[in-house]
Design a protein around this ligand. Structure first.
Ligand code: AMP
Length: 499
């Protein structure tokens, strides 16, 4: 089918590269009518920033490297221009081949990406979107790919299995999407990705997305992309400004009872509890069960069916508490999460921002409560440096390792007044929720100086003299009445003690 507007993306791409025109409507992209119709049905009115930036370049056939995390609308940012290109050049996919290959790190994310292609492409017929993920029998996927597909969404391991069994061939791929490249790296997929890329035609379009850009990712992207357009949206760290955050300094053995205590609060609608390990996740499920609280864990050791069942229950509200590891939770798209608990603090500070971002979706505010035992002090410091604020804390440590003051005297433990004052509750498009505050230079570990934050928490003044502690006691908003956050730590053993 020809697309009457097929030339417009080129000019839009040029306009965008000059940064003179901000595209504020999907109609501006020159997308074909069946796609626009689907978007209208999805009730997408305004493109998110990653969409405004990416779609013109991708629709014009250019390689793109995008720095964006899940939740910013990046799936549509690549899916819409891809569908437009498929429509502009309608040829049947060859047997066992796909025209578009999307690589994603997890089964959940892959499933969601495939669903998005199907939804945005619902008026494009025929359009076959296939899924190749581990954890489910391979035979159905072999049969499914026998006649080829326009779009194949795959996790790298299963894709290579299919290639090895000669059920899939990759020499006809026209467009490659690599999603969540940094997570792929974390999960050890780098060699699989390189193997896959080596099998693809050199003459292809590549769209490459990553939430962070460590050196290995830069190298990987250099080896895969040709003269890419670079796009990025607000760094993850600004997500933190929308979430009401608290730290409870505690002892490791006391965490389970503390969690049970907090979860008994009726004001929790839907909570995700993050643990560092799969084993840890299962243990939390068990101890909560002993306290009479139902929770389910989701992680890589669970079968695909089990994970899907658990997620469905969490989505429909029949399961209130989900215990997850970082990897399992990545890409889960569930709105209405009122609370995120960090049972263990992550050792990678960016993961903290990903985690708490789960609760600030769809323009909502949320509450993130982190438990920090003695061994996690350094993680907390790294996190606070990344997000450039000190998280209000309360001290529940018993002092077994020498009674400690929660924070050096004078550094804010106080409640963040003036924050979460309702202004984020506006009903704005889902994809807009994470990038209200622009500029991506507030990430990373360099630069300790305070950064002005418009309506958010006070920045850390690492090089400044101690600030006045806030005197008022403040309860965690959202009704967890039994945990009081004090301006001064509860158990104080004198100023200056390390946390
Ligand atoms: P993603 O980052 O692709 O996982 O998208 C996050 C959520 O935003 C998904 O639930 C999408 O359906 C939704 N979404 C994406 N783009 C838009 C848009 N332009 N307007 C409203 N919602 C959107």
């Amino acid at each position: 089918m020809s697309n009457p507007a097929s030339h417009r993306p080129h000019s839009a791409a040029r306009a965008s590269s000059h940064r003179k025109i901000v595209l504020t409507s999907f109609n501006d992209f020159g997308l074909a009518e069946p796609i626009l119709r689907a978007l209208a049905e999805e009730k997408y009115v305004t493109p998110t920033p990653i969409q405004s930036q990416t779609i013109p370049f991708a629709a014009s056939g250019r390689d793109v490297i995008g720095i964006a995390q899940t939740g910013t609308g990046k799936t549509a940012a690549f899916a819409l221009p891809i569908l437009n290109r498929l429509l502009a050049n309608r040829v049947r996919p060859e047997k066992k081949s796909c025209r578009v290959l999307v690589l994603s790190p997890t089964r959940e994310l892959s499933g969601q990406i495939a669903d998005s292609f199907t939804a945005y492409g619902r008026h494009i017929r025929p359009l076959k979107v296939s899924l190749a993920i581990g954890g489910v029998p391979i035979n159905r996927q072999i049969r499914d790919m026998a006649h080829g597909a326009e779009v194949l969404v795959a996790t790298p391991g299963r894709l290579l299995d299919l290639v090895q069994q000669r059920a899939v061939r990759l020499d006809k791929v026209e467009i490659l999407v690599l999603d969540e490249a940094d997570r792929m790296l974390d999960m050890g997929f780098i060699h699989d990705i390189k193997k896959v890329v080596a099998m693809l035609p050199r003459d292809r379009q590549t769209l490459f997305f990553s939430a962070t850009m460590p050196q290995e990712i830069v190298q990987l992207s250099n080896s895969m992309l040709r003269d890419p357009a670079k796009v990025s949206v607000t760094p993850q760290a600004t997500t933190a400004e929308k979430v009401d955050q608290r730290v409870i300094l505690t002892e490791k053995p006391a965490k389970a009872a503390l969690l049970a205590e907090l979860l008994k609060s009726e004001t929790i609608d839907r909570a995700i509890v993050f643990t560092r390990t799969k084993h840890g996740a299962d243990k939390v499920v068990r101890v909560l069960a002993q306290a009479g609280l139902r929770a389910e864990a989701i992680h890589g050791n669970k079968s695909q069916n089990n994970r899907e069942r658990t997620l469905k229950a969490f989505r429909d509200g029949s399961l209130r508490t989900l215990i997850a590891t970082d990897i399992a939770a990545r890409g889960i798209d569930v709105d209405g999460i009122s609370h995120v608990f960090n049972y263990d603090l992550p050792n990678v500070p960016e993961s903290y921002v990903h985690r708490i971002g789960r609760t600030a979706r769809a323009g909502a505010n949320g509450i993130a409560i982190s438990f920090c035992d003695h061994e996690e002090n350094a993680y907390l410091r790294d996190i606070e440096r990344l997000i450039r604020m000190q998280i209000p804390s309360t001290n529940r440590r018993t002092g077994n390792r020498g009674t400690q003051q929660a924070r050096p005297q004078g550094q804010s433990n106080g409640h963040n007044n003036g924050h979460n004052n309702g202004q984020h509750r506006q009903n704005r498009p889902h994809g807009h929720k994470k990038h209200q505050h622009n500029g991506r230079n507030n990430r990373g570990h360099s630069g300790n100086g305070p950064r002005p934050v418009s309506n958010g928490p006070r920045p850390i003044a690492a090089t400044q003299p101690a600030q006045q502690a806030q005197p008022a006691a403040a309860k965690v908003s959202g009704g967890i009445e039994n945990v009081t956050f004090l301006g001064q730590p509860r158990r104080s053993a004198g100023p200056g003690a390390p946390r």
